[in-house]
Design a protein. Structure first.
Length: 237
C-alpha cells in the first residue's frame, strides 16, 4: 500500500511569523497563498503546510495517487475513517483517520492524471505602480476593498479583500523584483505546461517579456506580450 509523499500540516496562530521562522530553517514556499492563510513549504524532500484558522490540531498528511483504494483497504481491516471519501467518484479526493492516540491523519490524493487541470484559468489580478499606498486608498474608498499588508521584507504590498474576506486583487510597489513590471492591471493566467505555452507564444507572434524561475531553474511565472501588444502573465499550475 503506497501512501505517497508525507508532510505535516501545522495549525499556526500567525502565518507570516510562521513562514519567516521556517524560511530561516531553509524552507521555501512552493504552493499556497498567504492572504488566504495557507502555505506549503519545502526543504529538500521535507514538506510542511502552514494553515491559520483552518483546523484545531496538527495533521499528518499523506498524498497517495489513489486515496479511494487505500480507504477500501483500511476499511476491510476494520479501520473506520473519521471523514470518508466517496468511493464511487473520480478525480481528486481525500479522507481522514484518527490513530489510537487521537492523532489525525489526512490522505489527500495527488495524482496528476486524475486531478483537474487548471489550464487557462485567470487565477489572479494585480496592479504594480510606484505609488501603491495612494492607489490602495483609492480603491478602498471607491469600491470598498479592504487592504491587508503582505510583507515583502522592508516594505509591504497589499492584498485587497471584499467585506466577506475574499482576496480579489493585489496592489504592489513597482520596485525590487517588480521594478520592470508594466504599470497597469495585470492578469495572471494559469497554464499546466509552461514550456508548451511559451513555444506557442513565439509561434503565434507574441513576445516573452520576462521569465521568473524557481530554485530548480524552472519557469514558474512569465510575462508575455500578445500580437496586439497587450501584456499578461502566465503562471505555472
Amino acid at each position: 500500500m503506497n501512501l505517497g509523499t508525507f508532510s505535516v500540516s501545522l495549525t499556526v496562530k500567525d502565518i507570516k511569523a510562521s513562514r519567516e521562522f521556517y524560511e530561516k530553517l531553509g524552507f521555501k514556499k512552493i504552493h499556497g497563498d498567504e492572504s488566504q492563510h495557507w502555505l506549503i513549504l519545502e526543504s529538500g524532500e521535507a514538506k510542511i503546510g502552514l494553515f491559520q484558522g483552518m483546523f484545531e490540531q496538527n495533521i499528518m498528511t499523506f498524498n497517495p495517487r489513489d486515496a479511494r483504494a487505500i480507504q477500501k483497504n483500511l476499511k476491510a481491516q476494520g479501520i473506520v475513517p473519521t471523514l470518508e471519501a466517496d468511493e464511487t467518484g473520480t478525480g481528486q479526493t481525500h479522507f481522514m483517520l484518527a490513530d489510537p492516540d487521537g492523532n489525525t491523519l489526512l490522505f489527500d490524493q495527488h495524482d496528476p492524471e486524475l486531478m483537474p487541470k487548471p489550464n487557462g484559468k485567470i487565477s489572479w489580478v494585480d496592479l504594480t505602480i510606484p505609488g501603491a499606498e495612494a492607489v490602495r486608498d483609492f480603491y478602498q474608498a471607491v469600491v470598498g476593498w479592504q487592504p491587508e499588508g503582505l510583507s515583502m521584507g522592508d516594505y509591504e504590498d497589499y492584498v485587497m479583500k471584499r467585506d466577506n474576506g475574499d482576496a480579489v486583487a493585489g496592489i504592489c510597489w513597482k520596485r525590487d523584483a517588480n521594478a520592470n513590471v508594466p504599470s497597469g492591471w495585470m492578469v495572471y493566467i494559469t497554464v499546466s505546461d509552461m514550456d508548451a505555452a511559451l513555444e506557442q507564444v513565439k509561434a503565434k507572434g507574441g513576445k516573452v517579456r520576462e521569465i521568473r524561475k524557481d530554485d530548480k531553474d524552472k519557469a514558474y511565472m512569465v510575462y508575455i506580450e500578445d500580437p496586439a501588444g497587450a501584456v499578461c502573465a502566465l503562471f505555472r499550475g
